[in-house]
Ligand binder design. Sequence first.
Ligand code: MG
Length: 302
Amino acid sequence: MSDYEILDERFNALVIGHARLEKLWTGCRWAEGPVYVPAAKSVLWSDIPNDRVMRFDETDGSVSVFESPCGYHNGHTLDAAGRVIACEHGGRRVTRLEPDGRWSALADSHDGRRLNSPNDVVVKTDGSIWVTDPTYGIDSNYEGHAAASEIGASHVYRIDAASGAVRPVITDRIKPNGLAFSPDESVLYVADTGASHVPGLPRAIHAYDLDTSGEVIGQARTFAVCDAGFFDGFRVDRDGNVWASSADSIRVYSRDGSLVGRIKVPEIVSNLCFGGPKRNRLYITAQSSLYAIYVNNHPPGW
Ligand code: MG
């Protein structure tokens, strides 16, 4: 019995053949936004409808509530200083957990209009914070507070590390969702889940080429199209492979866009992150649960 579907022999080098998917905890309404916090030997993740952030302690496997209410967090990431960055639906803002334990606001508006509901976030090596801003957190009261969009569109924004300036960098998506840079940061991948609102829209990850100053060059390329549910959150390993959420599995794509294999997961996968002391353990949020599996790859820098 294998948790893998191998579609290309390149996949064999990325996984541990006898490693099994482990279910670590269940009890969420919609699990999202996993981030590995090495200094705390923990994984934090969001349980959005329950308005709480959960914590898995990898030293003893215990799970507890990290913060509740939290303002309906969704995606999380770490910055270079190891601080947690959060997407907050409730406050319609991007926040940072400071060393004193308080959350500070990094961005909540652009051009005088409130953001929709920041969904997922990554930090570039220049310190800038890149965030997607679809409407899922204001579409209903289930994952935030129902409200109209003030901006009237869903963009990807760049928050400048030094000045805090907020600038739209990608404006041609319907509902930008997960995002990640290639290891050399020459490509930004953005998942668009706009088919939730525009039937028939491709359920794809799009690739945007960036110049050395981080400006988007030209038009997006379609990197991969999902044939089971949606691509929501995803991560890129040090070799440029894309590990993407979908309805029934983690789908793994080589940097050329080939689907090389799948790790089957028995719930709808929302997001994932690399963690553990060697960053070779994939933590997976899927519907009501947190899962993990050891793999044979690492994020950039490891
Ligand atoms: Mg998402």
